[in-house]
Design a protein around this ligand. Structure first.
Ligand SMILES: O=P(O)(O)OC[C@H]1O[C@H](OP(=O)(O)OP(=O)(O)O)[C@H](O)[C@@H]1O
Ligand SMILES: NC(=O)CC[C@H](N)C(=O)O
Ligand SMILES: [Mg+2]
Length: 503
């Protein structure tokens, strides 16, 4: 769940893209990048780090032009090296840069095809470089010096036929304009909007509408599954459905955790969806424990706060912010490696003792994945003097890997894997644990837009909307991307760097 952005403006776009990327920072904290276009030249800056660390004044001065794209990365493929930061660039045909949110599930096959049949070299392990090269190859097939809009859309159709998985992407094609497309299930989000200036209309495309709001763009709409939007360098907008069998099935985890609450995704207010999750969870609690003895509801900041408030209200119990969040520690779930995640939960959250002392507290989180947060937090609540510690999760147990752009590759890393709810409760050290029902979660999201009848719920149900995720593939990613595998790889990379330095 990286963040992507693209702007065709009437003046310099570097500061707009920088500001937009900071609004999408919650989608990727590992690396950031931006490319701008100016009279046939592409200016690129990307590196590991948060947006504020990657772009310094000297870089911003270089990022000239009225058209550009940007990316914040949370790796789901390859490694976390700066070489895999995005946008990626390919010089032929035309000069293209691409920023990708999602994960391809057939990238190994595509890599082979690209090398053997399309004679293309890939320089990293990133699936996004694969996506860019597939697109570049499809465009090259047109054999045109000057591209027509239909050529570009036909290339996207060709890409849809070859690529599998989740992908929302924005590309800049030298001399032509900016293109965005969304996979045929619309798994990852993309919206576009416009704003009027004295020089004419400016267009913006982004992962989440919050980036448009803050930069003063009005939301036009979401891209539909399989659809593409193209905005020429001089600001003409075109859209086309490019997939043969598009079917809406967006990722429900965007509504649970990934997206900001002030975004609207596929016509659904994420904020309202979370409020409904809280209400539904309260009703479940009342069904299971009509005579509960909860004294106070305490959210686990940040994401669960939206759901915890209506939950407390429905229960008729006080809502108290018993944990204070250190605003300088970012999201822990998307940090790379268990040791840093665990340490960061302690640095991030601190208990206010008086809200816990001698009370039966209900701690509310949006989701429990590896259990890093809940294990620590339950212990902190006890240390703060709580009498009984209950935990409620606004999403059902996460038991299956995600393969569409969330880095949850190894089922045995999830606390709910192979455990009953009672066993999970024991594992996190709580006195009682309750999860949201799957149907309630789907209703909480779909009520915002009844047109969307299906969601990708794979991490809860093991049903993958693309219908082509084999056990073999799941075994492969578990092997390649588990925390252990990453640790080993990173140790190897350090050795390599040392060797390189000493050479
Ligand atoms: O069970 P776990 O593996 O710990 O994952 C789940 C936790 O991680 C996320 O919080 P995070 O700190 O990433 O971000 P937030 O501040 O947006 O809640 C999420 O909101 C849960 O609290
Ligand atoms: N989280 C994402 O969307 C990741 C994009 C891409 N698969 C990468 O690893 O860089
Ligand atoms: Mg959290």
């Amino acid at each position: 769940m990286c963040g992507i952005i693209g702007i065709v403006g009437k003046g310099p776009v570097n500061q707009l893209i920088y500001d937009g990327l900071t609004m999408l920072q919650h989608r990727g904290q590992d690396a950031a990048g931006m490319v701008t276009w100016e009279d046939g030249r592409l200016h690129l800056r990307k590196n590991n780090g948060m947006v504020r660390d990657v772009f310094h004044t000297r870089h911003m001065l270089q990022l000239r032009g009225n058209v550009g794209i940007g990316h914040v990365r949370y790796p789901t493929a390859g490694c976390s090296s700066a070489a895999e930061a995005q946008p990626f660039y390919v010089n032929s045909p035309y000069g293209i840069c691409l920023a990708h949110n999602g994960n391809l599930t057939n990238s190994e096959t595509l890599k082979r095809d690209l090398f053997i049949e399309d004679l293309r070299h890939l320089n990293t392990e990133s699936d996004s470089e694969v996506l860019l090269n597939v697109f570049a190859h499809e465009l090259q097939q047109m054999r045109k010096l000057r591209l027509e809009v239909d050529d570009i859309f036909n290339a996207v159709s060709g890409l849809h036929r070859r690529c599998r998985g989740g992908y929302a992407a924005i590309a800049i094609i030298n001399g032509s304009g900016i293109l965005a497309f969304r996979d045929p299930h619309g798994i990852r989000p993309v919206v576009f909007g416009q704003r009027q200036t004295e020089q004419g209309t400016e267009y913006m495309i982004a992962s989440e509408s919050v980036a448009l709001d803050v930069l003063g763009f009005q939301l036009i709409r979401d891209l539909e599954p399989g659809e593409a939007v193209f905005i020429s360098m001089d600001g003409e907008l075109h859209t086309r459905q490019c997939a043969d069998n598009p079917r809406y099935a967006p990722c429900i985890f965007e509504h649970v955790y990934l997206a900001r609450p002030d975004s609207i995704i596929d016509g659904i207010s994420v904020y309202k969806a979370r409020l409904r999750m809280g209400e539904k969870l309260a009703r479940r609690i009342l069904r299971e424990r009509p005579n509960h003895d909860i004294d106070v509801v305490i959210p686990i900041p940040d994401t669960s706060r939206t759901a915890a408030l209506p939950l407390a209200y429905e229960l008729g119990v006080k809502y108290r912010e018993g944990f204070v969040k250190n605003r300088y520690i970012p999201r822990t779930f998307i940090m790379p490696g268990q040791a840093v995640r665990k340490k960061s939960v302690r640095q991030k959250l601190n208990a206010i003792e008086l809200e816990f002392k001698d009370k039966n507290v209900l701690l509310v989180d949006d989701s429990i994945v590896r259990g890093t947060t809940s294990r620590e937090i339950v212990q902190m609540a006890r240390e703060a003097g709580a009498k009984n510690v209950y935990v409620a999760s606004a999403a059902p147990p996460v038991r299956y890997p995600n393969v569409y752009g969330i880095d949850m590759p190894a089922a045995d890393e999830f606390i709910a894997h192979g455990r009953s709810v009672d066993e999970i409760c024991k594992e996190i050290g709580a006195d009682w644990l309750v999860y949201q029902d799957m149907d309630d979660l789907i209703q909480a999201a779909s009520k915002g837009n009844p047109i969307i009848e299906a969601f990708d719920t794979s991490c809860f149900t093991g049903e993958y909307v693309t219908g082509d995720v084999s056990q073999d593939y799941l075994d492969q990613i578990s092997c390649a991307r588990s925390d252990d595998a990453k640790n080993q790889r990173e140790a190897g990379e350090d050795n390599l760097r040392d060797l390189t330095n000493s050479a």
